[in-house]
Design a protein. Sequence first.
Length: 170
Amino acid sequence: MLAGALVAVSVGVTMMVTPGLTLTAVGVLLGIQLAVQGAVQLLTVREAKVPQPVRWLLAAGALAVLFLASAFFRGHADSVFLLGLWIGFGWLLRGFTMAVSMIPSSIRHVFVYDDLLNAVVVSAGLFVTAFPFSSLGQLTTVVGSVLVSVGSVEAMSAFRRRPQSLRSFD
């Protein structure tokens, strides 16, 4: 979780600090972030102590996010509209699968996402999908700020939960 948070923050900061990024560079950066997110989710699904249907849902969500990442790497986000649509869809998928996965109480120790974090991810996904951006600069500013905020909350949550998980091994 901490690794995914650090990748999200670094990609978000890179997007906000470097205003002259091309469409291809933004696509590759977001492809990296989505690939890490999908891989971490797949690894977590393996360790989750949840019912089988929830496990299948999480695995399907992770595979869909990895598919989106491959679309970025292959250059299928060749316009600002498509890039925003892919990003928004990826965030919606992530937010909904995390919200559904938190329903069983036994998964709270595996996924340490707060309800606020899910609300931000789903809201950002809806916003980016529903309101197409006219320029790459606008898109990178919004996406970068969302990635920094989501990554920061994930990192704080990972640090907050780490001592509890270490105590369970004593």
